[in-house]
Design a protein around this ligand. Structure first.
Ligand code: HEC
Length: 621
């Protein structure tokens, strides 16, 4: 392992001998089975035991009986799984709100969706444009730097049974469409947070939905995806499904990236949670294959599907007879960038799971929009096969034989014009390196620049934002620098033409270092508007920067409790994941990230002060 991560892990299930008797206490079961990964020093992406105490027993039970952790708890049987869930949660069964028992606080006088919404203030999908710049133009944002001081918290919404928020809402026609990290898609009123509807999904929803006008005067359509690997088209007015379906046959397939819609085709990328299963001695690692899918948006029918990795075969048999399959992996975690001019789409990929890692891993891959054929590949990191087994002591030696550094691309590429007919793709890697490559010369390097030490949790993690000439890049470095917090986080402004640094603002010293999960890292995707750059931090602060100077011009500490419109107890924590949505003078974002940060479950809506309403602005319909 080259990643330089050192994790102290106590005695765990891998070295604890035979199965425990039926009298084993939940505490002992946790120490024996779960503590390896969820103990005092949790492995990356696993939450600590303390953070897990905020989950409902029902959620934990579901996770260990039929969900992602079932493989570890299978020997316990259902009764002891339930006691373990209750013990971990420290809450009695049935006493906390769960997604299943949640009652929506419905809007009293539900206004129909504004039919002119498609030309009004809105944010749909990962970025307002197909270039994935995450730049919201002035007429849609309705917010300038001078308005920041007047922003007030207007409402908060609590996600039931969740310890991670991390989602970015879409806003369309005065409604906000947002996924729940415990599952479901909500349609809320953008100004009050009351609910229009909730649609139940197969898995948790992390990606920002895409909202599009309906065909021939029909209701607008919400396209959503979930971590069970399903895609959905929902009537934006009612939440009724138009079509839905799984997008991959693998049981661990997941979709975490926003879909992208263009000219009647919906483009999806597939990732998986198989990485997390690899550490179990009972799991035949690994068979998932990353892919890109194009669907007919009206019917959900598949136009094409391109796998980014070949068919896995047995590559190795361990001393214990366990077989290792490869190649595998190459999931894609972030939204495709569309280039209709060249008829291409660009996706960024993660590492392979098992060797040999193909040349499409840790890469930018260009595909033909019509056929899905791969046109070219720019690989940033060769031979990077990595799963969680690589950092789990005692894991199957056959699985960890050739671990790479885990240097995925976690964010979408941004497409920009350089002038003189030249164009560039900006690809930010978890290694901390920004790559500028030429889409019209098969990914030839224009420049590369290292911005930070990088590592398993980024470097450049969720995303960055760009204007025509400048790109703004927040830095994570959470895991690598957790013991030297002054070194994590910060924001860079680079000149796109040559990568020159225009300014760099280090992260402010965190005010919560005694709280587990607090750090100065800034993994959240940045959002840009004219005169304002938003970047959230693992210390729970949301900050706005002046894009000219890098000065912090607005700062809100979100790590506190909130009264919520839906009555669900909620609080903020670390900010990570999808970024800020700015529409019509309002600022929306989520706070709380239990997977190794400070947990929280709140969606916050800041708007112009209610006491001093703005004069009615001209809307740009
Ligand atoms: C080999 C390491 C490992 C072991 C052992 C393990 N977990 Fe996990 N667990 C993880 C990782 C990694 C994740 C995050 C998975 C992801 O993001 O896909 C996770 C996720 C979870 C979650 C989901 C949190 C959420 O977002 O809803 C729960 C609950 C959980 N584990 C409970 C347990 C319990 C209880 C045990 C013991 C029976 C256990 N885990 C054993 C590594 C482990």
């Amino acid at each position: 392992m080259r990643a330089g991560v050192t994790i102290a892990i106590g005695v765990g299930w891998l070295c604890s001998g035979g199965p425990a008797g039926a009298t084993e206490s939940p505490e002992a079961s946790f120490g024996r089975i779960c503590g390896t990964c969820h103990g005092a020093q949790p492995v990356p992406r696993a939450m600590s035991q303390d953070a897990m105490a905020e989950l409902t027993p029902e959620h934990i039970f579901r996770t260990i009986s039929e969900g992602r952790m079932a493989i570890y708890a299978i020997s316990l049987g259902s009764e002891r799984q339930r006691s373990l869930a209750e013990w971990v949660s420290k809450v009695e069964w049935g006493s906390a709100p769960t997604p299943e028992t949640e009652t929506l606080v419905r809007c009293e006088r539900p206004e129909p969706l504004d039919p002119r919404a498609a030309s009004g203030p809105r944010w749909s999908g990962w970025s307002p444009d197909l270039d994935n710049t995450r730049f919201q133009p002035a007429d849609l944002a309705g917010l300038e730097a001078a308005d920041l001081a007047g922003l007030e918290l207007r409402w908060a919404f609590g996600f039931p049974g969740a310890t991670t928020a991390g989602v970015q809402p879409a806003v369309f026609g005065g409604r906000l469409f947002v996924g729940g990290s415990a599952g479901g898609v909500y349609a809320l009123d953008a100004e009050t947070g009351c609910a229009h509807w909730k649609f139940e999904t197969e898995g948790p929803v992390r990606a920002t939905p895409v909202v599009a006008p309906g065909a021939e005067g029909g209701a607008p359509v919400v396209y959503a995806v979930d971590r069970a690997g399903w895609a959905y088209a929902l009537d934006a007015e009612t939440g009724a499904p138009r079509w839905k379906g799984p997008q991959d046959a693998h049981p661990r397939a997941a979709i975490t990236a926003s879909p992208v819609l263009h000219a009647g085709t919906l483009y999806l990328v597939l990732a998986s949670t198989e990485k997390a299963f690899s550490a179990s001695p009972d799991y035949d690692c690994c068979t998932f294959r990353g892919s890109v899918v194009a669907l007919d948006a009206a019917s959900g029918e598949r136009r094409w599907k391109t796998y980014l990795v070949g068919e896995p075969g047995v590559v190795r048999t361990g001393d214990d007879g366990k077989r290792v399959y490869g190649p595998s992996g190459v999931g894609s975690w972030s939204a495709a960038t569309l280039d209709p001019e060249a008829g291409a789409l660009y996706v960024t990929t993660g590492n392979g799971y098992t060797p040999p890692a193909p040349e499409t891993s840790d890469a930018v891959v260009a595909l033909d929009m019509e056929t899905g054929a791969i046109r070219w590949t720019y690989q940033a990191e060769p031979d990077d096969a990595w799963t969680l087994a690589c950092i789990t002591p005692g894991a199957n030696p056959a699985v960890v034989a050739e671990c790479g550094p885990d240097l995925d691309f976690g964010s979408s590429v941004i497409l920009r014009e350089l002038g003189g007919g030249r164009r560039v793709l900006l690809a930010g890697q978890k290694s901390g390196v920004m790559h500028a490559i030429d889409p019209d010369r098969e990914g030839a390097v224009v420049w590369t620049k290292r911005l930070s030490p990088g590592g398993v949790l980024g470097g450049i993690e969720w995303g960055f934002a760009a204007e025509p000439d400048r790109v703004f890049v927040p830095i994570s470095d959470v895991w690598e620098n957790q013991n030297t917090p002054g070194h994590a986080g910060g924001v860079y402004s680079l000149r796109i033409r040559d990568g020159a640094t225009l300014w760099q603002t280090p992260a402010p010293a965190p005010d919560c270092l005694d709280t587990p999960g607090c750090s100065a890292g800034q993994p959240q995707a940045a959002t840009l508007l004219p005169g304002v750059l938003f970047s959230g931090s693992m210390d729970g602060h949301m900050r706005a920067y002046d894009p000219e100077s890098g000065a912090v011009i607005w700062d809100v500490d979100t790590k506190r409790s909130y009264e919520t419109v839906n009555g669900i107890p909620a609080h903020g924590g670390s900010i990570k994941g999808g970024g800020v949505t700015v529409v019509d003078g309002w600022v929306y974002f989520a706070s709380g990230y239990g997977l190794w940060g400070m947990p929280g479950n709140v969606l916050l809506a800041f708007g112009p002060s209610e006491a001093a309403p703005r004069p009615e602005r001209m809307r740009v319909y």
